[in-house]
Write a protein that binds this ligand. Structure first.
Ligand code: SAH
Ligand code: SF4
Ligand code: F3S
Length: 487
């Protein structure tokens, strides 16, 4: 995608175009001049580092940041302490995400003391909180550039503003109804990619800060989504992950409304695309139509991430989740009837205000009944500005910790049993890379999202192959290529 810009066509001496994305291409060309002159001064090419906190949506945004940095002349990505341009794409879903950013900024400051030309930028969800920006302005003056989630497309323009102004540049938008298409991006993997299908969230679960920092729900047009996936496929991608905070409400605000299930049917038709994944599904909007499409599809992976948050209907109501324990269990039955080998994963919060021992036991009960393939468990984190933050009966930390440990133990024991059931079968896997610990092995991912390590070389990376799962290791498998398998 990044190669389609012809810099000779851009007149950087003239006025910046108004229309996007042309305006950003103009600023990319302009920033390139600054970066090239800096590189000439230092006598070496400049490098960058994009550090991502948070969810897959941030990971996808980071690929766009990297794409722009490469285009403006930061030639390669390197480690944080060596890079000339460091950007943190932040998350604020739980308090500890913020704490980590402040800690790491302290270290960056020390590095910058030795390297004056170094640029430090911050963006993402945490920057949408006014208290954070105030704190940065006061105590972190060495930061060069701060922007938020709604104007990430302006990255190149903001870099130019910073080069021209020689002081901290801050640009945060409260919300937006704009979606800028066709910006460059630098993908982390050649064979798989995230694809945003919508931005923002309208659900306002009472504990969650995301609707405040990501704004209102906006769906991309199906035409733009299909076009992007087609061009990714032409570029070697075989697996896409469709991204949104609540993909099941996709399309409601389009001029010509379309359901998520209908969008999936369109994407299924794309030739050369082998696998489709999506995240995240909200139980309240998961339709019968979607279950039908999943059952019929040849490409949608048999994996559903369906966050339950709590097993207590009373707590679910206080969370504003708009489903009950019974509704959730019915949904699970329905999905398993339609797609028997489906892998189910979830998110659970422990210690929501007012959670009693009985409420917590309801959560444990759901965990035992559903037997999730895996569950992400979180300790409730109070987010200022959300309704739950001012609810009475905040649960004491030691009570939460004990419950959390009990839950984790249960979840892990079940998960290792559930995940082992495929031992002795042959599964299709997408090879993602050379194994981190043993270079004679490669690591592949099955449709159900489990990993398998098996002997192989880099020629397999990006390919879909059949692998015999010889040994279950709890949360992953060891195996070998099925072609070599003799029973
Ligand atoms: N849109 C997705 C979740 C996005 S946030 C959904 O609705 O399922 C990812 C997970 O972080 C949530 O599922 C929730 O379990 C957790 N989370 C969100 N806010 C939290 C908070 N204040 N404290 C602890 N965990 C939280
Ligand atoms: Fe947060 Fe709820 Fe929206 Fe998910 S659906 S992002 S938990 S408000
Ligand atoms: Fe975090 Fe923002 Fe994602 S708050 S979880 S990075 S939407």
């Amino acid at each position: 995608m990044k190669n389609k810009i012809d810099f000779t066509q851009i007149d950087i001496a003239g006025e910046a175009p108004i229309a996007e994305p042309q305006r950003q291409y103009y600023f990319i060309a302009k920033a390139k001049e600054y970066v090239e002159s800096q590189a000439a001064e230092l006598g070496r090419p400049l490098t960058f580092c994009v550090t991502t906190f948070g969810c897959q949506m941030n990971a996808r945004d980071s690929e766009k940041l990297a794409g722009i940095l490469e285009l403006i002349g930061y030639t390669e990505e390197t480690e944080e302490d060596k890079a000339d341009f460091v950007i943190y794409n932040t998350c604020t879903v739980r308090e500890n995400a913020n704490t980590r950013v402040y800690g790491r900024l302290g270290q960056l400051n020390r590095i910058k003391q030795q390297k004056k030309h170094m640029m430090i930028a911050l963006c993402g969800c945490m920057m949408q909180e006014p208290e954070v920006v105030e704190k940065l302005k006061k105590s972190y003056r060495f930061v060069d550039l701060i922007f938020g989630t709604h104007n990430i497309f302006k990255f190149a323009e903001l870099i130019v503003t910073r080069f021209q102004s020689e002081r901290m540049v801050i640009d945060i938008w409260k919300d937006t109804d704009k979606i800028v298409e066709d910006l460059p991006s630098e993908r982390k993997y050649t064979f798989k990619s995230g694809v945003n299908i919508m931005f923002g969230c309208n659900n306002f679960c009472s504990y969650c800060i995301v609707p405040y920092v990501r704004g209102r729900e906006r769906s991309r047009s199906p035409r733009d989504i299909v076009r992007e996936i087609e061009s990714l496929v032409a570029d070697g991608v075989v697996e896409v992950m469709l991204l949104g905070q609540n993909v099941n409400s996709y399309g409601k605000n389009l001029d010509e409304p379309l359901t998520f299930a209908e969008l999936l049917r369109e994407i299924e038709k794309i030739e050369g695309l082998e696998r489709i994944r999506f995240m995240t599904s909200h139980p309240k909007d998961l339709s019968g139509e979607l279950i039908e499409v999943m059952a019929e599809s040849k490409k949608i992976c048999p994996h559903l991430h369906l966050p339950i948050q709590s097993g207590s209907s009373r707590i679910l109501q206080k969370m504003n989740r708009r489903y009950t324990k019974e509704h959730y269990l019915e949904l699970v039955d329905k999905i398993r009837r339609a797609v028997p080998d489906i892998s189910l994963t979830t998110d659970i919060i422990v210690g929501f205000p007012g959670e009693t021992e009985e409420d917590f036991e309801e959560t444990m009960d759901v965990v035992r009944k559903v037997r999730f393939d895996s569950a992400f468990t979180f300790i409730y984190s109070k987010r200022t500005g959300t309704p739950a933050a001012v609810m009475d009966e905040q649960v004491p930390a030691d009570v939460i910790k004990t419950r959390f440990d009990r839950l984790l133990k249960e979840v892990q024991a079940i998960s290792s049993e559930v995940c082992s059931v495929h031992e002795g079968t042959v599964q299709r896997v997408l090879v993602e890379g050379i194994n981190d610990h043993d270079s004679s092995l490669v690591t592949g991912r099955m449709g159900n999202n489990l990993l398998v390590h098996f002997p192989g070389g880099k020629e397999l990376v990006g390919r879909l192959v059949d692998v015999y799962l010889s040994e279950a290791k709890g949360f992953y498998y060891m195996g070998h290529l099925a072609e070599n398998y003799q029973s």
